[in-house]
Design a protein around this ligand. Structure first.
Ligand code: AMP
Ligand code: MG
Length: 428
């Protein structure tokens, strides 16, 4: 059974922007940075290529053995049990000489094939025998008739010369670094890191380490958003200026935004974008630039905002205001900020992988907003729901291993197939 819109479901909330449309609009503004830099391949993990990477050589460079054994000429081995003279030994990194009729070369994995040989017989299919004459070379008995080309890795079978192995706009991961190294590149051209100014708003916020848990004043809470937002930005290859906590005052918020705008591509804030009188971020952005998007039809994450701050120079810094509630901030980052900062580096957005999985719970009450429930895969291949889905309960994001994307107005019955997005993909 598939989760369905129920007859009794409430109508969608008016005035909220559809999440997919919001993302499309954000991406329409995310002009990739133009500057690039040359970086040691060692240091390029997670960075985005600024040009195609084309191979100037073949990988592997020569035909070589993929086994420890004997290089032979197939024509010499018509039947099992044939004896061949072992006339040379070729370890990896060494070059042999041409193989003559009736000869075998002792060869090791990765060693270049000698001219004339057209197969490798693995060690396990041979018996080494002392020659008739102890002064002469040893002989090897080939127990199995070889197939032409067996156990040979062909030159260029990984990378042919002239092939584009990595592409402009591709995000590098550890295997890509290895591939770049395999074609001899010690450095890579990558996009410069987007510069992101990060600040938290909220007079209630206290930094861990500044005040001990037993000394926390009434009403105070620790600033948790700052920690995961900074970590998420770093994972995505951003250069982060952490501007700390800005007090809930209009003037302080304006001053922080203004000074951040000059040297950053993006100003990312958390808190203060809701509807209360203590929410100063929205009007502050409006006074320095414009607010283009505000309030998304999603739960958690409704008070998300996008806009820009005008710079003295006449251009703009992007502004994204995340909700203060930690889970709202976390989820909107994954679904909206992540594709935005990746595109700032030139990565084209692709939809995260969705899996259809059966829910292992009932959700009898439909919400008017599209909901992202914190869930976890269980051993039976179903999804368990974290009991407390409040947007303040960050435990749900640690307990869970992904989000269930539930359409607005949809109830769920145990066994319904639902749409699952894994944190493993969204945190990459
Ligand atoms: P706000 O969006 O500023 O109204 O904040 C909504 C809720 O999130 C309030 O309960 C705040 O105390 C909480 N909150 C805001 N910022 C943070 C933060 N950086 N870390 C933890 N909780 C926060
Ligand atoms: Mg606040």
């Amino acid at each position: 059974m598939t989760a369905t819109l129920t007859a009794a479901s409430p109508p969608p909330r008016p005035g909220l922007i559809d999440l997919d449309q919001a993302l499309a609009q954000l991406l329409a503004f995310a002009q990739p940075v133009v500057e690039e830099e040359s970086l040691a391949t060692f240091d390029a993990d997670g960075r985005v290529l600024a040009q195609d990477v084309v191979s100037a050589l073949q990988v592997p460079p020569q035909d070589n053995s993929s086994m420890d054994g004997y290089a032979v000429r197939c024509a010499d081995v018509a039947a099992p049990g044939t004896l061949l003279r072992v006339t040379q030994r070729i370890p990896a990194g060494h070059q042999g000489v041409a193989l003559q009729k009736g000869e075998a070369a002792r060869i090791f994995t990765g060693a270049p094939m000698p001219v004339g040989a057209d197969a490798v017989v693995m060690q396990e299919d041979t018996v080494l025998e002392a020659g008739q004459d102890p002064q002469r070379a040893k002989e090897v008995r080939i127990q199995a008739v070889p197939q032409q080309g067996q156990w040979i890795r062909r030159s260029g079978e990984d990378v042919a010369c002239g092939t584009t192995v990595l592409q402009l706009g591709e995000r590098l991961h550890p295997a890509s670094l290895g591939l770049a190294a395999s074609i001899g590149l010690s450095h890579l051209r990558v996009k410069r890191k987007p510069r992101v100014a990060l600040f938290s708003t909220g007079d209630e916020l206290v930094m861990p380490g500044d005040v001990a848990p037993e000394d926390m004043p009434p009403g105070a809470i620790y600033n948790s958003n700052r920690f995961f937002l900074r970590a998420l930005l770093h994972r995505l290859g951003c250069e982060v200026s952490d501007l700390g906590i800005v007090p809930d005052r209009r003037d302080a918020t304006i001053a922080a935004l203004k000074s951040a705008a000059d040297h950053h591509d993006l100003i990312l804030t958390s808190g203060g974008v809701s509807v209360g009188e203590e929410d100063h971020v929205k009007p502050a952005v409006q006074s320095l630039g414009a607010l283009h998007l505000w309030q998304i039809g999603m739960k958690p994450g409704k008070p998300f905002a996008y806009g820009w701050v005008e710079r003295e120079a006449g251009d703009r810094a992007h502004f994204i205001g995340l909700p203060g509630n930690p889970v709202s901030s976390f989820v909107t980052f994954l679904l909206l900020v992540r594709p935005f900062v990746l595109q700032l580096q030139g990565v084209q957005h692709t939809q995260p992988v969705r899996m259809r999985m059966p829910a292992n719970f009932d959700l009898p009450k439909a919400d008017r907003r599209r909901e992202f429930l914190r869930v976890r895969r269980n051993a039976q291949g179903g999804l368990d729901l974290f009991a407390n889905q409040s947007s303040g309960v960050l435990t749900s994001a640690v307990w869970g291993d992904g989000l269930l994307d539930n359409p607005a107005g949809t109830t769920i019955q145990k066994g319904d197939l639902v749409s699952y997005l894994s944190f493993a993909d969204l945190l990459l």
